[in-house]
Ligand binder design. Structure first.
Ligand SMILES: NC(=O)c1ccc[n+]([C@@H]2O[C@H](COP(=O)([O-])OP(=O)(O)OC[C@H]3O[C@@H](n4cnc5c(N)ncnc54)[C@H](OP(=O)(O)O)[C@@H]3O)[C@@H](O)[C@H]2O)c1
Length: 273
């Protein structure tokens, strides 16, 4: 018998009173922290740059909950332990792993392996370490949630970002296994797949997000959908029918047609056509 599709909506009492939002200083992460605050959930926000972190924390506190910050680079030695220490003593029920990015675009055979490793560290090693650190406490607690941010890029290979797309594929398949394991212990796990989202990071990257026919989401609407999808794992595709169809196309069995077709579209997004 197949598992029935869950259609839970966000219920803070199932997770709170504290959450850690890794990558919580701006864009989607900050919008998640605001919505958690509005639901009465306090948060620990993690990011590198102290100023946006402090600003977002202030805005979270203004909504009537507590907020702690950790300014750390997730790819640095000891980052996981620093975040864990900042959460000491908190009844933490939600781990949101939002930080991630393609920090290095290069043709693989010409690439600098240290920078390749850094993409792997941010998108694979850090989420694994954090889940290994926080997971046992959620399991013992018998309720809670883990959200990992995925990407439509993780459904197929991409030129000049083959490591990032492979990392997001790894993340999705890993989360499916984790979902099976943790549901036995009352913990919800979900990989939320983002399509193109107008975050400050994407704006800074200078991508042309206004191509005809492209689905572009705003950080606030994505945050709303992330919170509503926590109980609907293992995978939730954000952004409605357009992105759903994109993921279905990207999962097609004629891989040459799929990968080459998406490559053309990606070149247009990067303004290379
Ligand atoms: N935006 C899109 O179109 C899109 C599409 C598909 C998937 N995604 C995925 O969605 C997630 C969020 O994407 P986004 O960057 O656009 O969103 P965002 O939520 O606007 O910001 C990312 C957050 O992560 C933090 N961060 C980034 N690198 C970090 C590091 N090395 N150490 C600590 N914190 C770090 C950033 O702060 P600092 O810079 O100060 O560290 C920021 O708080 C990522 O996992 C991304 O792969 C995004």
């Amino acid at each position: 018998m197949s598992t029935p599709v869950k259609t839970k909506t966000f219920d803070p009492s199932a997770y709170g009173p504290w959450a850690v939002v890794v990558g919580g200083s701006e864009g989607v992460g900050a919008e998640i922290a605001f919505r958690l605050a509005d639901a009465g959930v306090s948060s620990v926000l993690v990011a590198r740059r102290p100023e946006p972190l402090a600003e977002t924390a202030e805005a979270v506190r203004a909504r009537g909950v507590e907020c702690r910050v950790v300014s750390v680079d997730l790819t640095s030695e000891g980052a996981t332990e620093e975040i864990w220490a900042a959460c000491e003593g908190l009844d933490l029920g939600l781990v949101i792993l939002n930080a991630g990015a393609n920090t290095y675009g290069a043709e693989f055979v010409e690439s600098d392996m240290a920078r390749v490793q850094s993409v792997i560290d941010l998108n694979i090693t850090s989420p694994l370490q954090l889940i290994r650190r926080f997971g046992p406490a959620l399991k013992a607690r018998g309720r809670g949630g883990i959200v990992v941010m995925g990407s439509m890029a993780g459904y197929l290979g991409h030129a000049d970002m083959s490591i990032y797309s492979a990392a997001k594929a790894f993340s999705r398949v890993f989360v499916e296994g984790l979902w099976l394991e943790m549901r036995e212990h009352g913990v919800d796990v979900v990989e939320v797949i983002l399509g193109v989202t107008r975050t400050p990071a994407m704006i800074r990257a200078g991508l042309d997000m206004d191509l005809p026919g492209m689905t572009v989401s705003e950080p606030g609407e994505v945050a709303e959908e992330v919170l509503a999808s926590i109980g609907n794992g293992p995978v939730h595709v954000c952004g409605g029918e357009g992105n759903q169809k994109g993921v279905e196309f990207s999962s097609g069995v004629n891989r040459g047609r799929v990968v080459a077709g998406a490559h053309k579209r990606m070149k247009a997004l990067r303004g290379e056509d």
